[in-house]
Ligand binder design. Sequence first.
Ligand SMILES: Nc1ncnc2c1ncn2[C@@H]1O[C@H](COP(=O)(O)OP(=O)(O)O)[C@@H](O)[C@H]1O
Ligand SMILES: [Mg+2]
Length: 482
Amino acid sequence: MRLAWKPGRGAVPSMGWQRRGGGGILTMPVPQEWRGTSMQVCGLWPFSIGSGTPMVGVPFGRHLLTGSTVCFDPISWFKRAHLIANPSAFFMGLPGLGKSSAVRHLIMGLAAVGVHSMVLGDLKPDYVDLVRVLGGQVIEVGRGRGRINPLDSGAWPASAGDLPRKLRKELREDAHGRRLTMLSSLVHLARNAPPTDREEAILDRALLVLGKRLERTPVIGDVLDVVRQAPDNVREVAIDRGSLDRYRDITEGLEATLAGMLSGRFGDVFSGQTTTPMDLDRPVVFDVSSINENDKALEAAVLMCCWSYGFGQINAANALADAGLVARRHYLVVMDEIWRALRAGHGMVDRFDAITRLNRATGTGQVMITHTMKDLESLASEEDRAKARGFIERAGAVVCGGLPGTEMTALTKAVTLSRVEQDMLTGWQDPPTWDSTTGEEGDPPGLGKFLIKVGGRPGIPVKVTLTPSELDVNDTNKRWQA
Ligand SMILES: Nc1ncnc2c1ncn2[C@@H]1O[C@H](COP(=O)(O)OP(=O)(O)O)[C@@H](O)[C@H]1O
Ligand SMILES: [Mg+2]
């Protein structure tokens, strides 16, 4: 609440009142502002005003222009406030400006209302400490650290008992689809070229054979065995025209790729059942930080596996909850640095889309994080680029941090941004100033600043404020300080 001086009779001259106790004043003192719920504040102070932004969801930060509290999280904005069309948010902005920190802030806020977060692939690690503090599960995946079975998806808890036939069929088909997508993606990443139609058909049939043969979840070794055993229905789609020699020639490449996945390029990461199964009763993070940044194929493969595994589990849990067999849980799925997998090869965007689809999305929020449009625009084909733009267009909310001016042409194709909003974003990417007293760089001007965009509505500029305890678990520059 500010008191403005009304000019008119008795207006203060520029040098103040020339009398005892008067004089010039250089700065106008700003009265202290307080904020509280209308329940409490109305009894204390009559001059209360409402907030221009929705007060539903995790307290995210302060409005940069009005200073009012901004609450935001994709689940509450979708479910309670009906502000967005689906419970998802797409974060983008230059590295180091606080995207991961803002998402950690969301994870913590949502944990307070019983939403479990699943961080499906943490490359830094950015989320491990937070998930530990929240009492969650940290699953390590990497060479010699822990395996993840790419065919592991859609398992349902034994506590669910006997499933109705329709539901069982639905879940089995979902798991089959995910497995096939995962296998094709791995073949693609292992040989840097997509599998042929014929090879995809062979993999599809091999998985069907395994589905009938095995009680347990199949592993890649099982698929390789089936391909080598050449059962009739696999030979049928291999079109070997009745000649086993021809079949061997046709499957030779696929056999080599599958065998190579178990030891070669990918180490032991995909060589067996998942070492630590995911627990759906608490927050989870897949710590994949041991994978070398230059090991691009493995990095992309592991990220895809974590996404497929996590989404499969959540899909099964949602289906069971819909059928009333288990209690409903809300989840927030976090996918950080998605560009690393999308850029791994032509067609990855499609596979990403297939893997991260939920048949029953009820109550599952999704957060995707990437750096810049350039990452997406550098995809190999126009088709992939258009599809990647589609992720942004379809996201319930787009949250933009500081971005270079060169991004705006591409960004405005996917998000409507006014001139002022564009200037705001480019202003936030300015480098930090040098503090000559401390001899250190200050914080970059855009640190923690984001513009929340929902469709064509004006964006909400917000500064994410982290509490000291959050900053403690949030410090991503730990290695340097140590
Ligand atoms: N709102 C904020 N206030 C203060 N420090 C922050 C804020 N957001 C991020 N940081 C700090 O900035 C650094 C980089 O943040 P990070 O979230 O990793 O960026 P990004 O994910 O965009 O690369 C971290 O050390 C973090 O502690
Ligand atoms: Mg980050």
